[in-house]
Ligand binder design. Sequence first.
Ligand code: C2E
Ligand code: MG
Ligand code: MG
Ligand code: MG
Length: 279
Amino acid sequence: KAKETGRNNYKFFTKAMNEEISFKLSLENDLRKALVKEEFEVYYQPQLDLNTNRIVSVEALLRWHHPEKGFVSPADFIPLAEETGLIVPIGEWVLRESCKQTKKWRNQGHDISISVNLSNQQLISNHIVELVKEILIENQLDPQYLTLEITESLAITNLTDTLNKLKKLQEIGVTIALDDFGTGYSSLSYLSTLPINFVKIDKSFINDICDKTKREIVKSVSRIASSRGLTVVAEGVEEEEQIYIIQSLGIGMIQGYYLSKPVPSKEMEKKFLEKLSFV
Ligand code: C2E
Ligand code: MG
Ligand code: MG
Ligand code: MG
């Protein structure tokens, strides 16, 4: 009897695995076609400068409108895009699209910068520096208005090559931000060794900012970052009370649902006009 159950469990387990694999394969197939079928859209989320109380920048966040499945979360398709290498052409599209949109906004008189997530594989690809230059020229966007967000995992693979590319991007005037700081293989030493300009403190820390230990960590990060001349951005700010603590820790910029969720470009325009602010 016990043996039978065991077998059934095993069968059930493989069936679930098969379903998961075939789901992934079909999603991968759909992802391959998503670019040409124009199923992607860039959403934008504002970043507020706490010193000037102004929206100085927006982060580009990719959205996939799947024809049958509906909205697919980046948490589900970005890892798949990275596994399959599809992130390289998809990421190029995001960069092009968001630089074009930013130029349009700037032409309309909005003094705004754009922040775009750059995947590990895009940075490893040989031509990333040339590609960034090309897209900036194509859109006549000054490099000072572009920030590229990299993650810590990215920082440790192919280190020498990565560092050289980041330095070249900085030399042409592009800003480099270290995203999700505090997660994964974070190390405080990154703040002094990596060629970065911004540090984005992960939302898990901001969530628990009322907790004394978390607050002390954020405080140290903020202090070290400031002494290196880095701008600190708090991610995932949802409550007004968090802002007062964040500000007291010397953090210069905030991003999060408190200001706005990521929204389509048209909605972002309305938010510029509302001149989103706090207190
Ligand atoms: P990320 O770059 O750290 O982006 C911030 C994520 O936090 C976004 O999730 C945003 O919607 C969410 N968020 C912002 N404010 C709040 C808040 O107050 N509370 C909470 N709970 N969440 C908040 P999203 O858009 O689902 O993107 C998830 C991740 O997918 C991004 O994390 C980024 O790593 C990746 N991603 C998104 N678009 C792209 C892209 O174009 N290229 C690459 N390589 N990765 C992307
Ligand atoms: Mg990001
Ligand atoms: Mg982040
Ligand atoms: Mg991330």
